[in-house]
Design a protein around this ligand. Structure first.
Ligand code: HEC
Ligand code: HEC
Length: 227
């Protein structure tokens, strides 16, 4: 019986990725020290802006992003060590504790309000809420929350902290990330595989609409799930 189980486990499909595959379904909560993290981000804020509020569109905002998501994103850059990524040299010398502290620090910062706040009737709002069955696009809110603040079940289990908030993020960055997932992207975590499947049917017009609405949607400082 044990041999049978071992054989079954061996035959499970495992994506071939250098550095290994990370299954986030039962990953533990990320615990870091925000005050310690504040002392470790001097180099980061040169690109990501003071307190993680980026001003250059190519650089993602980090303020008020969920700490679990930030930690996994950083651990991924370190694990993949992709020479093409500007993030590789940034994380190479950081320890796991550093990554946790930095994640806790940026998660504790307030996100600046969007430069141009949401205008009623932007087409991306509808696509985010309802998806488009005819085009095979899933409703984004099922996993990112009604107003893109994070997973609707965040707080009930650690794994939901690994889903990013998308509100008040740079439109250029969001669009680049959606094209990246759509065109193959990373396949080295269970969550990256989820988002890859979702993005497959997004065309450039849908990506532009979604990114425009998300960038104009405020990060909700009054909601119970902030940050
Ligand atoms: C030279 C500019 C630069 C510096 C310095 C830099 N970053 Fe980045 N960072 C980027 C760029 C560009 C991206 C987008 C990369 C991509 O999409 O692959 C990024 C992406 C990220 C992401 C992913 C965000 C997300 O939503 O998934 C995190 C987290 C991050 N950086 C944290 C840091 C931290 C922490 C530091 C300091 C240790 C740092 N960065 C230093 C340019 C920089
Ligand atoms: C079934 C759940 C699910 C649905 C539905 C979903 N997402 Fe995601 N999304 C995720 C997960 C999980 C991640 C984190 C992926 C990772 O860690 O690489 C993610 C990541 C992202 C990111 C990257 C954010 C960053 O900071 O880099 C963007 C952008 C995004 N999703 C947009 C969307 C949009 C737009 C839709 C609707 C078309 C959507 N998602 C639908 C689960 C989902």
């Amino acid at each position: 019986m044990q041999r049978l189980i071992a054989l079954l486990l061996l035959s499970l499909p495992s994506p071939a990725v250098a550095g290994g595959f990370v299954d986030l379904r039962d990953a533990p909560a990320v615990v870091g020290d925000a005050a310690a993290g504040a002392a470790k981000v001097t180099v980061c804020v040169a690109c990501h802006g003071a307190e993680g509020n980026a001003v250059v569109p190519a650089f993602p905002a980090l303020a008020a992003q969920h700490s679990g998501y930030l930690y996994q994103s950083l651990a991924g850059f370190r694990r993949r060590a992709d020479p093409a990524s500007p993030m590789t040299p940034q994380v190479q010398t950081l320890s796991d504790a550093d990554l946790r502290d930095i994640a806790a620090y940026f998660a504790s910062r307030r996100r600046n309000p969007p430069a141009a706040p949401v205008v009623a009737g932007l087409p991306g709002a509808r696509l985010f809420r309802d998806g488009d069955a005819a085009r095979g696009i899933a409703p984004c809110q099922g996993c990112h929350g009604a107003s893109a603040q994070g997973h609707p079940q965040r707080g009930t289990a650690p794994r939901y902290d690994y889903y990013p908030a998308l509100a008040a993020q740079s439109a250029d960055y969001l669009a680049a990330r959606l094209r990246f997932y759509r065109d193959g992207g990373n396949a080295d975590t269970s969550n990256a595989l989820i988002m890859r499947g979702i993005a497959r049917n997004l065309d450039d017009a849908a990506i532009a609409e979604l990114a425009a609405w998300l960038a104009a949607t405020p990060r909700d400082t009054a909601s119970g799930d902030y940050p």
